[in-house]
Design a protein around this ligand. Structure first.
Ligand SMILES: Cc1ncc(COP(=O)(O)O)c(C=O)c1O
Length: 505
């Protein structure tokens, strides 16, 4: 019987004439899943039908189905048939080596080498909401009515300059409100004309890389670190050199020749391990950057959410005229789809990067920026952060208690500071955190494997657990499912952790 999925596979199969038949069929199905022509949960054609349609032996089709099943692309449901795995995109996040780079290359033959490399490392998940997804704030409790009130006011007073292209790097009102906020809440030394409004930190990192690096330059990044920066560096043909992280933050290496043009760090809350950069490391890094004439790029992505002790002030503010480009975002304090963040530039960079920002991105959303400026100036921003901080502190504590009670202190990550929107569930070195995450993702628990945040071979195993967005009454049942999965894992995936060895909570 003909089916939609069968048509898709037949078409992809007919486009290839390379290699053995089973390889050709495997590549055809893989690429159809990867490019979305075969959607998650789509029913696969029965092997007999597909064999008939493609004039292949049924054994060839069965062999390919078996291979795809073993790799997590498809799964069989008893008495129902074979389906593209629901969580196939998440599984791919967890194990990019399971992608078919050769298939992608043939298919996207006309893309640039950099574009192909980016595709090969693409890692944003199709699922951006669900239990334990790291980095997501509670978007449900957002005071939409208040922000809407300010937005309506902006639209009532609409002026032509708010409805045309922005060449000033963002609305003046928002830059001014942010300068006040950043000075008092984050200890950032700045004036409004040093600030550019961007579509999140991600765009700020791209702007900074494009404007300050030449192809072939080198940059330092933390190991483990934020995956997004690696893709930006790849796209800009900048070589990256990883620097390890411990409980005091990044351990800066010897600035070999060539010195890094940019040094990317998350000093207030190392991503993803969670340590806080010590004062001596901060001072040493500033001195190193001055000596090598490098720029430090400070990523202050979620430091508003510190649940105990004093807030950690920014690295940028530690010294007058520091060689630091500071970046921040509303993605964690408000919500990611707002796509608003900011960069605070050292004075010599402010004017040229403002022009580059305008040339590259053509700013907009000025009415929303105006509304946000009022939201901040009238105290609602600080109040929302205060309220969320209390809520997240409760949720974090509830998660820590669940981990301690159900698994033991050995499972609490080594450097988890009392901050941020996620914590690390530590696993033994022998554990396959990618396989564990795949199984959890398959059950709708959107944990991420820690080892995927490393570039080198030396990896710590664990799971990133986002907790800020999970309602308390859903946290326990979700965690119970995860704990059961961990306890039931076969010995090859996880060996027992010795408690009280690594936990610091
Ligand atoms: C460490 C880190 N930096 C930057 C970002 C990107 O933030 P934005 O949404 O502002 O682009 C993220 C997103 O999760 C992050 O985890």
């Amino acid at each position: 019987m003909r089916s939609l999925a069968g048509d898709v596979i037949r078409h992809a199969y007919s486009q290839r004439d390379e290699g053995k038949l089973h390889k050709r069929l495997y590549n055809a199905i893989c690429s159809s899943i990867l490019d979305g022509s075969l959607r998650p949960a789509a029913r696969m054609p029965p092997s007999r039908d597909l064999a008939q349609e493609l004039e292949l032996s049924r054994n060839t089709v069965l062999r390919v189905y078996e291979q795809l099943q073993a790799e997590g692309y498809i799964s069989t449901r008893t008495n129902s048939g074979t389906f593209v795995t629901d969580s196939v995109l998440d599984n791919l996040d967890a194990g990019p080596e399971k992608r078919a780079p050769l298939a992608a290359e043939t298919q996207y033959g006309s893309l640039s080498r950099r574009g192909l490399e980016l595709l090969d490392h693409a890692s944003a998940s199709a699922r951006q909401w669900g239990p334990f997804l790291p980095g997501v704030p509670d978007v449900v409790n957002f005071p939409h009515r208040i922000l809407k009130k300010f937005y309506d006011r902006q639209t009532r007073q609409a002026r032509p300059e708010h409805l045309t292209y922005d060449t000033a790097g963002g609305a003046a009102g928002l830059k001014s409100a942010l300068a006040d906020y950043l000075r008092s809440a984050r200890g950032v030394r700045c004036s409004p004309d040093q600030i550019l409004i961007t579509e999140g930190i991600h765009q700020a990192l791209d702007l900074v890389t494009r404007s300050l690096c030449n192809p072939g330059d080198s940059a330092w990044i933390e190991e483990p670190g934020y995956w997004g920066i690696k893709n930006i560096l790849r796209m800009n043909a900048v070589n990256f050199c990883t620097q390890p992280v411990d409980e005091q933050g990044m351990i800066a290496g010897e600035p070999r020749s060539p010195a890094p043009r940019l040094i990317f760090v998350t000093p207030s809350h190392q991503y993803p391990l969670g340590s806080v950069m010590s004062l001596s490391r901060r001072k040493a890094l500033l001195a190193l950057a001055r000596e090598t004439r490098s720029w430090i790029v400070e990523d202050d992505y979620d430091s508003e959410f510190r649940f105990a002790g004093q807030p950690i002030p920014s690295l940028q503010g530690l010294e007058e005229n520091s060689p630091v480009i500071y970046t921040g975002t509303f993605s964690k304090t408000l919500y990611p789809a707002l796509r608003l963040g900011y960069v605070v530039l050292p004075l010599p960079l402010a004017a040229p990067l403002k022009t580059m920002h305008s040339e590259l991105y053509r700013g907009g959303h000025l009415q929303m920026q105006g509304a946000l400026a009022d939201f901040i100036s009238e105290g609602y921003y600080a109040a929302h952060i205060r309220k969320m901080r209390q809520l997240y502190a409760r949720r974090r504590q509830a998660l820590v208690t669940l981990i301690l009670n159900q698994l033991g202190s050995g499972y609490l990550g080594q450097y988890n500071s009392n901050a941020g929107l996620h914590l690390i569930l530590q696993l033994p070195d022998s554990a396959d955190d990618v396989a564990l995450a795949q199984r959890a993702n398959g059950e709708g628990l959107l944990v991420r494997p820690l080892s995927r945040y490393y570039s080198g071979e030396d990896k710590t195993r664990g799971l990133l657990l986002g907790f800020a967005h999970i309602d308390e009454h859903l946290l326990e049942p979700s965690f119970n499912r995860l704990a059961t999965l961990i306890k039931n894992m076969s010995a090859d995936i996880i060996a027992p952790v010795r408690n009280n060895q690594t936990g610091r909570e």
